[in-house]
Design a protein around this ligand. Structure first.
Ligand code: MN
Length: 130
């Protein structure tokens, strides 16, 4: 199994770590360092999964999620927020913006890929139910 993942993350260390973990598990990873670059890559490459940082320069992660959701070809693509926002209500705001799930930073390298897969599976199950 090789799934194409688009990672939108401005922090180079996080990009490196997440790319490493995903590639170790057979994923192909494309990275973007900000929202506009991520949206452009997403529309060009139609990834199977998008991992989205929320605190991004130039364009907030919520706005990136909303813009991605407006693209017809990406309507069913899982978008998982990976973020250190942990205030009450942040999870809800993330989901309202169009993300399907939420993984808190700092991520746990031991379980990160499994968490991603579980969230994707639940997105798929929801899609089949409706
Ligand atoms: Mn960030």
């Amino acid at each position: 199994m090789a799934l194409d993942v688009l990672l939108i993350e401005d922090n180079a260390q996080n990009r490196y770590l997440l790319t490493y973990l995903l590639e170790q598990n057979g994923y192909r990873v494309t990275v973007a360092a900000d929202g506009p670059a991520g949206i452009e890559l997403a529309s060009a490459q139609l990834p199977d999964l998008i991992l989205l940082d929320i605190q991004l320069p130039t364009m907030h992660g919520y706005d990136v999620a909303r813009a991605l959701r407006k693209l017809n070809a990406l309507r069913a693509t899982p978008i998982i927020a990976v973020t250190s926002y942990a205030m009450p209500g942040d999870r809800e705001k993330t989901l309202e913006a169009g993300c399907d799930g939420y993984i808190e930073k700092p991520i746990d390298p031991e379980t990160f890929v499994q968490e991603v897969e579980e969230l994707c599976n639940s997105v798929r199950a929801d899609g089949e139910a409706s």
